[in-house]
Design a binder for this molecule. Structure first.
Ligand SMILES: Cc1cc2nc3c(=O)[nH]c(=O)nc-3n(C[C@H](O)[C@H](O)[C@H](O)COP(=O)(O)O)c2cc1C
Ligand SMILES: [Mn+2]
Length: 465
């Protein structure tokens, strides 16, 4: 069976039933749907949720798919303990796509006056969002010179039945394609797909050079070739097993107000002048499922977590072979803060790891480097190392005026530190112990004593303690 969203939801039902809930009563996509997820978050619960009936639309909505490591591990078919290393192996394996004729996503083809985006259950998430936003739409772009495909998630604001506002970060490869076409005063024909196997959606967050076809990266992550089909009205191919495809064009040299929108740092991205997509066709499965990402919340943050951790680990290992593990915690938005553990072979090497990490992930503001006895997934351990192994004036260094992100609310301008822009001061804490000096031992119960304890022998009444 080829992999798609349904295939994944079946697996989720069988393998992680406690992480997949259903809501049968009708919910309003204006705030009520995300309010259910927000209420779950208040109880520290992050299940995927299928909303079967959504007001104003005939399509069900699945949201919060990416908000747990177990579900990401299931998406990539790896053990959760081995998530980053397992993912890295798949990412390096390119599998070329195959063209098919029969595409479920083209069960229904709506063009001309039948194009009506308001019939989709597009969710409004945060209080001050400028309107409903498609948050899981994967843009498909073709370089006009090389024909190489690029995919990326770009937020889409619903403006009219056939018109969307889209934000393309200047750094994105999609923006490069659009700019190339704009210089020739040409529109960019493209498509957006919504709903597919999570490995397909998440492949949009890999950081590979523009010379690599991203449908091949997607195939590696899916462990099978992506089935693609020619779009009906534009000159690109699209994944045949998606739930919806929006075909259209980015209008050249047109910018319109877009935003504000609740973004990954849990603050609003401000209103700005953004690109406009005119939609020529909507195609979808007969019984399509709409996929929403709960933006400005854990679901959004964790979308880019594993892919970024993989890039950092690969790059730090080039400089420090003993680099062991990386964690971009949700508390640091899965972007701004990173914990890296390493085997330290000589003094000064912790600083090298920090510099490599800060350069590998441009959005990282703070790198915390710890020894390899620390579990980077356990924030208490990381901060215990900082608390007990550092002298601040030796452990910390700072790099002012480095690129971080325009969405970071504390970012500043090169002209004026008090003005908002995209620069920030990167810093690092090297919390590794010295190698050339003696350092105290951790106080603990003898390891082979506690690891061989079976709690049932001591608490026979309790099944799991
Ligand atoms: C949920 C989600 C929403 C995103 N929204 C945007 C966006 O609106 N604009 C943007 O430039 N990047 C956005 N990103 C990040 C891009 O998808 C990511 O940087 C991607 O790798 C860019 O693709 P490209 O450089 O290959 O074109 C988003 C990521 C996620 C996970
Ligand atoms: Mn891409």
């Amino acid at each position: 069976m080829a992999k798609d969203l349904r295939h994944y939801l079946d697996q989720l039902t069988r393998k992680l039933p406690a992480e997949y809930l259903r809501v049968k009563r009708e919910v309003d996509p204006l705030f009520e749907l995300p309010a259910v997820l927000r209420k779950l978050q208040d109880g520290d619960q992050y299940p995927a949720v299928m909303f079967e009936k959504v007001k104003g639309s005939r399509f069900p909505v699945v949201s919060n798919l990416f908000a747990s490591s177990n579900r990401l591990a299931l998406a990539f078919g790896v053990q959760v303990e081995n998530l980053v290393e397992g993912y890295m192996k798949l990412e390096d394996r390119l599998v070329a796509p195959v063209r098919v004729r029969n595409a479920p996503v083209q069960d229904r083809v709506l063009t001309g006056r039948r194009v009506d985006l308001t019939k989709l259950p597009i969710v409004t998430h945060c209080e001050k969002d400028a309107g409903p936003y498609i948050t899981s739409g994967v843009g498909v772009f073709k370089d006009p010179d090389t024909g190489i495909y690029d995919v990326g998630i770009f937020r889409l604001q619903l403006k009219e039945k056939n018109r969307l506002g889209v934000l393309y970060g200047a750094y994105s490869k999609a923006a490069r394609v659009i700019t190339k076409n704009e210089k020739r005063n040409k529109p960019t024909e493209m498509a957006v797909y919504i709903g597919h196997h999570p490995a397909s959606i998440l492949s949009s967050q890999t950081k590979v050079p523009a010379t690599v076809d991203e449908f091949s990266v997607m195939g590696g992550l899916l462990e099978e070739p992506v089935e693609t089909v020619d779009a009906k009205t534009v000159d690109v191919v699209v994944p045949a097993r998606a739930e919806f495809v929006l075909e259209g064009e980015i209008l050249p040299n047109v910018r319109e107000p877009e935003g504000p929108f609740g973004e990954y740092p849990w603050y609003y991205g401000l209103e700005r002048q953004s690109h406009v997509m005119r939609v020529r066709a909507i195609t979808h499965r007969d019984d399509a499922i709409y996929h929403d990402i709960f933006s400005g919340h854990r679901d959004h943050n964790m979308c880019g977590k594993i892919q970024r951790e993989a890039v950092i680990l690969k790059r730090v290992r080039m400089s420090v072979p003993g680099a062991r593990a990386v964690c971009l915690p949700v508390s640091g938005t899965c972007r701004h803060v990173g914990y890296i553990s390493m085997r330290k072979d000589f003094d000064g090497q912790g600083k090298i790891a920090a510099m490599a990490a800060l350069a590998a992930e441009t959005m990282m503001k703070l790198a915390v480097i710890v020894d390899d006895d620390i579990d980077v997934e356990n924030e208490s351990e990381v901060w215990w190392a900082v608390a007990t192994r550092t002298q601040a004036d030796r452990a910390i260094f700072m790099v002012p005026e480095a690129y971080v992100s325009e969405l970071d609310p504390s970012a500043y301008s090169i002209k004026d530190r008090n003005r908002r822009d995209y620069l920030n001061t990167k810093w690092a804490i090297d919390a590794t112990k010295p190698v050339g000096l003696p350092f105290e031992e951790r106080a603990d119960v003898p390891r082979d004593m506690w690891t061989k304890i079976k709690l049932q022998d001591y608490f026979p009444g309790k099944r799991r303690a």
